[in-house]
Design a protein around this ligand. Structure first.
Ligand SMILES: Cc1ncc(COP(=O)(O)O)c(C=O)c1O
Length: 441
């Protein structure tokens, strides 16, 4: 029974999971919905990992709280190899997804959290659940894209301290959900400089790190081994969100942090499922088949999400081409200003009238009046897309590649064109939205 004053379940759950449930219930009722609301990579489980999971199904015992030692070792070697991190300076802790590790980290580091705007939907609710204050750090614009500037962090710290808050940590994420943009090395170094001078712990959410479209995994830990905590896991680059395996690297020079996290882990999740941890070792041994899978699937994400950005730009929407992950972050103000007064209203109409599910910018901390949406480019069958990609030899070969790999994405782009045209028939959006006009370059 619901208590007086408590929220109903729909308004209480995280927006990403809520939109996913809504889409499934609309589809169950027979509606055709194009799902750009939820970031779930669609590729099949790599056969080697499926075999390892099956072979270890009989493992039924609890494992050490920090994680299976072979997995921690493989993760350490992998981070050293792919991200050039000096792993002598870090401990590894495994958890049931990086989301709960991020929550545990915020719990273990008292004080308030500096959060860039926009940021992933769950950081701020997690801080609030812990009774911590969130200090927003507005992003600046550079070359058309959003950039986290050292001066903005510095200013936010100054103002927060003057207002009686106690910012102790900065949480960054790159490539970013929602923007799809990464942080270059020079910017990372300037962010690290502020963290050092302001005595901030840097929490670097690198869950999309291996999905960088240039195939370079940049880790902030490389530049800040004494004060940067990294979180990552299997969910994104291996499409294994449901396996619930997350990873964290904890600097040895932050006294007591690793122990505090182990304490939280031991009193809450105890350990990640034994068969999953054993199978996860395979993900970190640089097997050629797993590495080839990561390369191809990253290329497919790059191809599809860049095409989404290109097509939106053609429709007159301001959309920067993404650099990693599987999201785009279009701003519809150019074409829909005056038609909608909030991103929620715009997202609701798009879903209701055109069957395209998205998330409004406001849930990422953006001002509600800014007409931004986060689009996830994952609504396609990963196995089919991989087969077509392998046989086509990549982009530029077939004009209908996007349509064949991801028909729901081309249909969603068509609907987006109609949405703009219906709202604003004076534009020539209708003439530019048809899928046959989406050509490969
Ligand atoms: C930016 C970001 N961080 C963390 C997570 C959590 O991933 P997981 O708990 O599956 O490791 C997600 C998942 O959507 C995400 O987008």
């Amino acid at each position: 029974m619901q208590q007086a004053g408590s929220r109903d379940i729909k308004s209480a759950i995280s927006p990403t999971l809520a939109i996913n449930e809504l889409v499934h219930s609309m589809r169950d009722k027979g509606r055709k919905i194009f799902h750009m609301g939820f970031g779930e990579a669609p590729f099949p489980v790599p056969p080697r990992m499926m075999d390892a999971l099956r072979d270890n199904a009989r493992e039924r015992s609890y494992l050490p709280v920090a994680g299976l030692p072979q997995l921690c070792k493989a993760v350490a070697e992998h981070q050293a190899f792919h991200a050039d991190v000096d792993m002598e300076r870090f401990d590894v802790l495994i958890g049931p997804g990086s989301k709960i590790i991020l929550f545990a980290l915020q719990m273990a580091i008292p004080g308030d959290t500096l959060l860039p705007v926009p940021s992933w939907v769950s950081y701020s609710p997690q801080s609030k659940l812990l009774g911590q204050h969130v200090v927003p750090v507005p992003m600046g614009l550079s070359g058309g894209g959003l950039v986290l500037e050292a001066a903005a962090i510095d200013q936010a710290v100054e103002q927060a301290r003057a207002a009686g808050h106690n910012p102790t940590k900065l949480l960054i994420n790159f490539p970013s959900n929602p923007t799809g943009l990464t942080i270059d090395d020079a910017t990372l170094l300037s962010i690290v400089e502020v963290c050092r001078s302001r005595n901030l712990i840097l929490i670097s959410d690198e869950i999309y790190g291996r999905l960088s479209f240039d195939h370079r995994y940049r880790s902030a830990a490389r530049h800040f081994p004494e004060g940067c905590v990294v979180t990552t896991g299997l969910s994104k680059h291996l499409s294994l969100g449901g396996w619930r395996l997350g990873i964290s690297l904890i600097p040895k020079s932050l006294p007591g942090l690793f122990e505090d996290l182990c304490h939280i882990a031991s009193e809450t999740w105890s350990c990640v499922a034994a068969p999953v941890q054993i199978a996860a070792v395979e993900a970190y041994l640089n097997h050629p088949d797993i590495e080839a899978f990561i390369t191809s699937t990253t290329d497919i994400h790059a191809y599809i999400n860049r095409r989404i950005a290109e097509q939106l730009s053609r429709l007159g929407v301001n959309c920067v081409s993404p650099q990693g992950g599987f999201y785009t972050w279009p701003d519809f103000s150019n074409v829909l200003d005056g038609v909608y007064t909030s991103s929620e209203q715009m997202a609701a109409s798009l879903l209701e009238q055109h069957g395209v599910a998205t998330l409004p910018g406001v849930v990422f901390g953006e001002d509600s009046a800014t007409l931004k949406l986060r689009l996830s480019g994952c609504d396609y069958d990963g196995e089919t897309a991989l087969d077509i990609w392998a046989s086509s030899g990549g982009p530029g070969t077939r004009a209908d590649l996007l349509e064949r790999m991801a028909p729901n994405i081309t249909a969603a782009l068509t609907e987006l064109g109609s949405f703009i045209f219906d709202c604003n028939p004076a534009t020539d959006a209708e003439s530019t939205h048809r899928p046959e006009e989406i050509s490969d370059r």
